[in-house]
Design a protein around this ligand. Structure first.
Ligand code: HEM
Length: 185
């Protein structure tokens, strides 16, 4: 560490860089130098600080859990999970060529397969970067949910319908009648 002590200001300037760098920085900050070397140097220093800040921001990248994402399940607030990443597609709902509703239906689950099944183009893959929110913690996805597929659901509803019950009853009566006939002859 290189220290510059200003006696007049009772001020110590601790600089962790090379002595030349520190002296130039000190000189530029504390003098009336307005020359191009100084301006360029100060700009470079500022740029260095910005890139360090960017790196720090990237390293504390947000990792989202399932519940954080699943609550954004509306047309006007829609987040989807694709390939371990979370996207806020709310601004894209009206413009999505497949429609907004199809994306809303892809919320509350891992939509990787749904997205892949459509065979989205490279342009679509690039477009989605705009909506990136953060990484998704795959371990927080719930175990297989007990939901019925549309086919299972149709069979289930059919079984509950009165027509189905009447048909079952008729088959039963016919079977019983047939049995009586067979026994009596
Ligand atoms: C950030 C996410 C998404 C982006 C940026 C996106 C983008 C696009 C684009 C650009 C198209 C036009 C065709 C193409 O270039 O591939 C498209 C079509 C389509 N997308 Fe998406 N999409 C996204 C998510 C989804 C999801 C989660 C689904 C759910 C299944 C979906 C379903 C569809 C469908 C059904 C079409 C219409 C295909 C057709 O009619 O040809 N998309 N999407």
């Amino acid at each position: 560490m290189f220290s510059i002590i200003s006696c007049s200001n009772l001020f110590t300037y601790n600089c962790t860089n090379t002595p030349t760098f520190c002296l130039l920085l000190w000189d530029c900050i504390n003098s009336d130098r307005r020359d191009s070397v100084c301006v360029r140097f100060l700009l470079q220093t500022l740029r260095l600080f910005i890139s360090v800040a960017d790196l720090l921001m990237a390293s504390v990248q947000k990792t989202l859990v399932f519940d954080d994402v699943a609550k954004h399940n509306k047309i006007d607030d829609c987040w989807i999970i694709i390939s371990g990443k979370v996207y806020d597609v709310t601004p894209f709902m009206d413009d999505h060529p497949g429609g907004g509703e199809v994306m809303r239906k892809a919320t509350g689950k891992d939509a990787t397969v749904d997205y892949g099944d459509v065979g989205h183009s490279t342009a679509a893959n690039e477009m989605m970067q705009k909506y990136y929110v953060g990484e998704f913690d795959q371990s927080t996805i719930p175990e297989k949910r007990s939901y019925m597929s549309s086919t299972t659901e149709k069979i289930y509803n059919l079984k509950k319908s009165p027509q189905f019950m009447i048909k079952v009853l008729l088959v039963g009566i016919m079977a019983a009648a047939l049995r009586i006939l067979v026994v009596s002859f």
